[in-house]
Every structure is written in structure tokens, then in C-alpha cells.
Write a protein of this length. Structure first.
Length: 132
């Protein structure tokens, strides 16, 4: 599998997963917690969607590097992702304190889901590359 095919498959799968997650989140807000809905919620989904696309793209493009170079790039990418997410969350909390709890619930769920998804998809990509 070449890099562009892997990225296309990942984008399709990511889009489906985020549409489903967004639908579940909207249903929860609509049926169970209308008073906690805030208009910035879709932006959290967009942030993680774009972050996952960027991260997977960089990992796929750098998978042919030596183990030391790949590890270094992976660690820098992970650290940058963490601090970008921390800055995103902190900025939101500073400007919209009244929505902190629902924001953090969505944010933490998406952060860990995206982490597991990236690891799973990249391992799948590597195993398919080895099988070729």
C-alpha cells in the first residue's frame, strides 16, 4: 500500500468515525443535557479531525526513516500534539468558563480516542507494508 492510498483510507475511516461521534454527542446533548450544550462543541471535533489527519500524514511519510530518526520525529510530534491540545483547552477554559465541564468531557474523550485510533491505524499501515 502506498502512502497516498493509506492516507485516503485513513481520511475516509476518520470521517466516518467523527461523523458517528458527532452524532452521538449531538444526541446526548439533545436528549439528556440540553442545558450544557455550547456552540463551540463542533470546533472540538474539527480540531481533533485535522490534528489526526496531520499526525497520520506525518507518520506515514516518515515511516521509511531509520528507527532513531522515526522515534525522534514521533516523540517531537507527540509532544507538539500534547502542547497544542493543552493550549487549545486552556484558551477555551479562559474564555468560556461557564462551559468548562462539558468541554473537558468532550475534549478528553476525543483526545484519548484519537490517540488510540492513530496507534491502531499506523500499526495496521505498517503491517500492510510488511505484507507487500
Amino acid at each position: 500500500m502506498d502512502d497516498s492510498t493509506a492516507l485516503r483510507k485513513f481520511t475516509k475511516k476518520l470521517s466516518i468515525e467523527f461523523i458517528l461521534l458527532g452524532t452521538v454527542c449531538a444526541a446526548v446533548f439533545y436528549f439528556f443535557a440540553q442545558q450544557h450544550y455550547f456552540h463551540f462543541a463542533p470546533a472540538i471535533f474539527a480540531y481533533f479531525y485535522l490534528l489526526n489527519l496531520l499526525t497520520f500524514s506525518i507518520l506515514v511519510k516518515s515511516h521509511n526513516q531509520s528507527m532513531a530518526a522515526f522515534t525522534k520525529r514521533f516523540m517531537i510530534l507527540s509532544m507538539a500534539k500534547f502542547f497544542a491540545s493543552l493550549a487549545f483547552a486552556t484558551t477555551f477554559i479562559i474564555f468560556a468558563r461557564e462551559h468548562t465541564i462539558p468541554f473537558l468531557v468532550i475534549f478528553i474523550i476525543l483526545y484519548f480516542l484519537s490517540l488510540f485510533q492513530l496507534v491502531r491505524e499506523f500499526q495496521t499501515f505498517l503491517s500492510q507494508k510488511k505484507g507487500e
